[in-house]
Design a protein around this ligand. Structure first.
Ligand code: HEC
Ligand code: HEC
Length: 344
């Protein structure tokens, strides 16, 4: 099967899937709304049902005491002032260590089919335990993280209030962080306004970019509300992706050679904020990323005009950023283990 038919097959799957559901929901309705189903759907705003848990998760997300240095928080690498990313090729971790891979955005990450580039964590809660104990990131053991939190009286009160249990466990820590992350969605982008029927929300160049994004097959992998995050795909279908990175992608999880260089398709929501691009952070501009995708994923050499159109479309995917009030963190106590930023 050629890639073109693979693409069209995937596309048909998306479109027919949507139509099939609609048909099921309204079996006898006449075809009043004959507009074809779009491969991208608007983002639905987060509904906060447990505000106290979300607020606690926000504190933990911003708390650098969950790192050995006392200096690195989740927000250091997933900066909510910068699209939930660090805008570095690869992140800086404990002791100024150079990370092995680009930090994906935490915005809309609740929509991913799994977490990490290779999908090794099933969901946000499972993911959140990783960086705290990762020696190259926050470098604190879970036991020490709990010692820190249990030594801070106001945290003990808050965990008790949220979980009804005076003890603090890692499962509670990661559950609270995940609850906060689930609120980090970005609805109301201009493109979503367009999808909801406001034809003037995007201009002619942006619309041309969207048509090209569909007709050249980008939507085979970048579809759904997150415009990605829904599947693992090979990087380099029409040629080898040249990279300095040693990451092997999904093969690290499945152990299958066929999964080498297969990565979770990144979301393209807020992509203008989350540079540099790709798992190695090697593409510094959206133009570069689009040209590489054209060549390696759909076998097309885009003209500069076409690249500009697609990039213009991608900019319309920037949504309303989460309104974050900086949390005031409860102070440490005399028994809180001291941070060790230098040595030890
Ligand atoms: C030192 C930088 C650093 C810190 C600190 C850090 N992260 Fe990350 N984060 C990364 C990198 C790099 C990745 C990608 C790793 C991979 O895919 O192998 C990542 C991946 C993720 C993902 C998966 C996103 C996706 O699309 O796959 C989430 C969610 C996340 N981090 C949340 C957190 C939370 C919550 C914390 C704090 C407990 C945190 N991170 C701390 C760098 C960091
Ligand atoms: C066969 C699946 C597939 C197709 C088709 C595809 N992409 Fe991708 N896209 C990916 C994967 C996988 C990555 C991550 C690659 C990596 O990091 O090594 C990616 C990454 C990207 C990125 C960088 C996002 C980031 O945050 O790092 C952009 C931008 C992008 N694609 C745009 C496009 C455009 C535009 C098209 C159409 C010309 C397209 N893609 C077609 C799978 C695909």
């Amino acid at each position: 099967m050629s890639f073109r038919s693979l693409t069209l097959g995937l596309l048909a799957g998306v479109v027919l899937g949507g139509a099939g559901l609609a048909a099921q929901a309204t079996p006898a309705a006449p075809a009043r709304t004959a507009r074809p189903a779009e491969p991208i759907q608007p983002i639905v705003a987060a509904r906060v049902t447990q505000p106290a848990k979300v607020e606690l998760g926000k504190k933990l997300f911003f708390d650098p005491r969950l790192s050995r240095s006392g200096f690195i928080s989740c927000n250091s690498c997933h900066n909510l002032s910068m699209g939930g990313s660090d805008n570095l090729e690869t992140s800086i971790g404990d002791h100024w260590q150079r990370g092995p891979i680009n930090a994906p955005t935490v915005l809309n990450s609740s929509m991913n089919l799994a977490q990490f580039w290779d999908g090794r964590a099933a969901n946000l809660q499972e993911q959140a335990g990783g960086p705290i104990a990762n020696p190259g990131e926050m470098a604190l053991s879970h036991a020490l993280a709990l010692d820190v939190l249990r030594s801070i009286p106001q945290y003990v009160v808050e965990f008790n209030g949220v979980f009804g249990n005076p003890d603090i466990t890692i499962a509670q820590v990661t559950e609270a962080i995940a609850a906060f992350e689930a609120t980090l969605v970005t609805p109301d982008s201009r493109f979503d306004q367009y999808l909801r029927g406001n034809r003037r929300a995007i201009n002619a160049q942006e619309r041309a970019g969207y048509e090209l994004f569909k007709s050249s097959g980008c939507v085979a992998c970048h579809h759904g509300p997150a415009v990605g995050g829904a599947s693992f795909q090979k990087m380099g279908l029409f040629g080898t992706y040249e990279t300095q990175s040693t990451a092997i992608g999904r093969a690290a999880v499945t152990g299958k050679d066929a999964d080498r260089m297969t990565f979770k398709v990144p979301t393209l929501r807020n992509v203008e904020l989350t540079y540099p691009y790709f798992h190695d952070g090697a593409a510094h501009t959206m133009e570069d990323a689009v040209m590489v995708m054209g060549r390696l994923q759909v076998g097309r050499e885009f003209t500069p005009l076409e690249v500009a159109q697609i990039v213009a479309f991608l900019r319309t995917l920037t949504g309303r950023q989460p309104a974050i009030t900086i949390p005031i963190l409860p102070p440490s106590s005399s028994i809180t283990p001291r941070p060790t930023p230098f040595g030890n």
